[in-house]
Design a protein around this ligand. Sequence first.
Ligand code: FES
Length: 615
Amino acid sequence: MQAHWMRVASLADFEQTDRRVVSAGDRPVLLLRHGERLYAVDNRCPHMGFPLEKGTVKDCILTCHWHHARFDLASGGTFDQWADDVRAYPLEVRGDEVWINIAPPPDERERLLRRLQQGLERNIRLVLAKSAIALLDRGEEPSAAFRTALAFGTSYRLAGWGQGLTMLTCFMNMMPHLAPEDRPRALFQGLDAVAMEVSGAAPRFKIAALPPAPHAESERQPLLTLKRWFRQFIEVRDDEGAERCVVSAVRAGATSAEMADMLFAAITDHRYIQIGHPADFANKALEALDQAGWDPATGAEQELAESVLASLVRGIADASRMEESNAWRNPVDLVAILEGAFEELPAALEAGAAARESGLRWQGRVELAQQLLSDNPYANVAALLAALREGATAAQVAGATAYAAALRIARFHTANEFGDWDTVLHTFTFANAMHRAVLRVTSAELDRMAPDATAEERALPLLRGVFDAAMSVYLDRFLNTPPARIPQPKANGAAPEALLAELPALLDRQQQVNQAGELVAQYLASAGGTEVEHAAPLLAALGRGLLREDRDFHTVQAIEAAMSQYQLLAGTPEAAHVLIGAARYLAAHAPTVRAAGQTFQIAERLHRGEAIYEE
Ligand code: FES
């Protein structure tokens, strides 16, 4: 460690002055004489970089002169949490010489995570931005910061899982599609969303799992029983009883697919609850646990899983139910149409079993989606049932429904009221959540909550949600009247990169909706198709466009759900329509004031050591 000690001054240097700035490694260090002692601290104020040499020392407290943050001179610890601790260096006087130790602090990762936690607790945007930048710059994966925020967000908000955690998870899901330089900004935006939502909220007191039974209960399948109880309790809006079932199921070793089965069975017991939010939140919470590394087999992140999944329950129990809404009852009783269809679902799946098992792949996605855009709810429901009878899997039917919902956005007419963008968005994110949930449940090898069912039969309760999504697509039909034209350009020799470079300028101007859709279509035509190798730069550009703006919950959802659907449609013409819809939605909601971006830029410049105070 001797290598890290360096001689920086002599005692004689302090005969005429009490302070001196020296260069140590890559940063300036302030040496300060106070009383009989010498101290060494980083000369850059950790808040916004002001030179601490210009500060005042009194009673061993150093006060910065820009925003008056105060620091203990000996330890560097601050009394103003928004400012962060300043780094203090070990100092030795050897004869007449002053030496400091510039070895990097050994626990920098832990310090940054602690700092991030403080930023979340106190809702300090600049601290969150600095932590995100510093962690990723050290080569850390974003997952550690993500887990910290997940645990925080699900512990301190009485209402449980909400928009903040949804956005954080959306940004995490988008991360692989983003340019590396945009990833810290995505992490920051998600952390900031959680901190803002939790700030000032009442804390949540968690409910423990049921205690172990004192006698063996060989006749009872605990997960199946918990699932039955959970649905009963949600039915009567008893969120505490329902939460205990969820925590107990996780404690009993339920897998992600089994928890999806349990949660979505209750979510789809009623029609399109809370315009799709509980379904979207449940899907995001399960995706969050995928990202966080929850593994029931090893017990990894078990406590986090309990906290995350329990935080969903209140939102499910309290949700409005569309059986109670006029639009779903009059002039056509859509609920009655759906309930009639649900009775036919088991037979439809059974009829299609032979075709599915024969390996024949159902090819009707585009036709089914086109049918779902019609104004005949009876025919739409009949088409969904027919697809299942013809051998479509539950996931294929869910995918066609999500594609139809994406087309509503791609064909949304700008003459509609602005708020109606939200209507088509809600349908799309709900349809995407149901599609992802069906994939999760049907792709699992085992589901002890449906022990005798085939993979497709396991999706039966969830298919009710898929049919709800199709009904919501039907209800949104007036927002495509007349439908906006979907651009169908051909390759015209334009360089794809040059086209993409035009996107930021387009998003600098209001309401460039159709232009943004056309740009995306032209880009994909020029790049050669919608395969990942062609579309990846477009996804990164859309992500960058989103991150430049102040966060808007629905826009974040729109872009993330489009990326999610794109992954499942890559290489098909339908993938282009999904991305056209995403670009149109983003363009409709840009530009914003971009205030969060300014905070992030300050943090970035501070991280690079730039002198902001000089401007
Ligand atoms: S308090 Fe030092 S820069 Fe703000």
